[in-house]
Design a protein around this ligand. Structure first.
Ligand SMILES: [Zn+2]
Length: 277
């Protein structure tokens, strides 16, 4: 199978992805052509002459291996059982360096936790950062964490994930019990100063990895990033650190630090919310 790259860029570096097996059988060896090269191929087809494409693909699969979620936590000032869960993923697609997907997310959740840990008085609740393993090939780390902590759901207060690049946050969404509304409103007041609007029309989803806990009933908050540039870079050889705009990253981090500060100092129950598929 040869497809036109589904990225949004005009570069000759194709956006790549994964082919899954279907009920009909094994996955088909697949490749993506960059948009300019796909256009060129279409022009060649228009000449009414035979077109030959030669593909040299490495589609070897060496079997499953073990990798690990990396988990860190700091205690809250009141040493409560319920922790804030912050997530991002450690792995990246092979072509780029993973600066945007998801190195930026890893940096954001770690920095947001550190800014709160370094306060003179730490927040009431503990804050846990989970850097998930192997999100890209099927959310393996997120699923493993949810399986391991299913019985431990009540010890998680609220969750959030960063996995859509390094640009500005423009809105946020929540999925919490009505009793937590005052805290969400307080968060909205602070985030508004960063130019971030509250979205009421849709509930938060929790992201690919943290969303696995949301399915079990974990309340979640989404800080939604401007992703206009994201699919120019995502899963391409162009996913490198020079694409990260420091000013946008600062605004993003300010939003994350605020989210942690407000939720980890709260005195309400955010969940559990209704489990979903
Ligand atoms: Zn990602």
């Amino acid at each position: 199978l040869l497809i036109r790259s589904v990225g949004t860029d005009g570069d000759r570096l194709p956006h790549t992805g994964m082919m899954s097996g279907t009920e009909a059988g094994d996955p088909v060896p697949s490749a993506a052509l960059s948009s300019p090269d796909a256009d060129n191929l279409m022009l060649m087809f228009g000449r009414q002459a035979p077109v030959r494409v030669r593909l040299d693909l490495d589609v070897g699969f060496d079997g499953e291996a073990t990798s690990h979620n990396v988990v860190g936590e700091f205690d809250g000032s009141e040493n409560l059982d319920q922790r804030i869960l912050l997530g991002a993923h450690l792995d990246s697609w092979d072509l780029g360096t993973g600066a945007v997907d998801d190195g930026a997310g890893v940096a954001l959740v770690l920095a947001a936790a550190k800014l709160n840990a370094d306060l003179e008085t730490r927040p009431r609740h503990p804050v846990r950062v989970v850097l998930y393993a192997n999100e890209e090939q099927g959310v393996y780390g997120g699923k493993a964490y949810a399986k391991l902590h299913e019985a431990d759901l009540a010890n998680h207060l609220v969750g959030a994930e960063s996995d859509l690049g390094a640009d500005r946050i423009y809105r946020f969404k929540s999925l919490v019990l009505p009793g937590a509304e005052a805290v969400i409103e307080l968060l909205a007041t602070h985030l508004k100063k960063l130019g971030i609007e509250r979205e009421l029309a849709e509930p938060a989803g929790g992201g690919a990895d943290v969303g696995q806990m949301r399915k079990l009933g974990l309340p979640v908050i989404d800080l939604d990033q401007d992703a206009v540039r994201y699919f120019d870079l995502h899963h391409t050889a162009n996913d490198t650190l020079d694409k990260v705009n420091p000013r946008n990253l600062q605004q993003n981090l300010a939003a994350w630090a605020t989210l942690v500060y407000v939720t980890a100092n709260s005195t309400v129950e955010f969940g559990p919310v209704a489990p979903t598929e």
